[in-house]
Design a protein. Structure first.
Length: 236
């Protein structure tokens, strides 16, 4: 019984040794194989790099991940800096101002020829026609200004209803105006026509205005030209 036991034990022991030795040898051969493969790969890669250096360029060996740029982009010809395309500048042209036309001698002389001044009198019915009255003072100022003409805008006299009384007031009014009377154009106001038709007759006899107005309104409604202006005088 003991003898059989020891025989079986020896057989098992030898099997374990043989199996262990086989595993050891197999691992050793596998490591040597990998090492030879790596050495061979490194030699090939070094050879490729050396050849590329001789040719003037470097190319990564096969099997490694290449960068995004290709070998053509890394060549000496393409390594030159690219000149950016010229940017077209847009310029905004400022509006050209037309030169101001200077007035010609003809236009200047025409403007000067058409210039005129005029004075205005209004509501002189309350005046006393005295030398120191407001009407007389206004006329004195107008004489100094020497206008082309005067315009009396109505109510020259108060309550012009009686022929003789109205005529007297008109004469006093004319005397105050003196030299300006001949170039005064008047419009009849409501106080100048209290006597209605009688007042119209006194007015027409006293003044000498244009008779180009509508029928029945001679010298009461009229118009005239002064230089390049057309003036219209309407009955109030």
């Amino acid at each position: 019984m003991k003898k059989s036991f020891w025989i079986a034990f020896a057989i098992i022991f030898l099997c374990v040794i043989f199996i262990g030795a086989g595993v050891f040898l197999a691992e050793k051969n596998l490591k040597n194989s990998k090492k030879s493969l790596v050495d061979s790969s490194l030699k090939d890669e070094l050879s490729i790099i050396k050849n590329n250096i001789k040719d003037g360029g470097i190319t990564l060996p096969t099997g490694q991940k290449q960068p995004a740029s290709s070998s053509a982009e890394n060549s000496p010809e393409n390594n030159k800096m690219e000149t950016p395309a010229p940017v077209k500048e847009e310029t905004t042209k400022a509006p050209v101002e037309e030169p101001t036309k200077e007035p010609t001698k003809e236009s200047t002389s025409e403007t000067v020829a058409n210039k005129y001044s005029f004075g205005i009198l209004g509501d002189t019915q309350k005046t006393t026609f005295a030398a120191d009255g407001g009407f007389s003072k206004a006329v004195k100022i107008l004489k100094e200004k020497n206008p082309e003409f005067l315009v009396a805008i109505g109510d020259l006299f108060s309550s012009c209803d009686e022929t003789d009384k109205c005529q007297s007031k008109m004469n006093s009014w004319k005397n105050v105006l003196d030299s300006l009377f001949s170039k005064t154009y008047a419009i009849m106001g409501n106080h100048d026509r209290v006597g209605k038709d009688k007042a119209d007759k006194v007015w027409q006899d006293f003044f000498s205005f244009p008779t180009n107005g509508p029928e029945g309104f001679s010298e009461l409604v009229y118009s005239l030209n002064v230089k390049n202006a057309h003036l219209v005088f309407l009955h109030q």
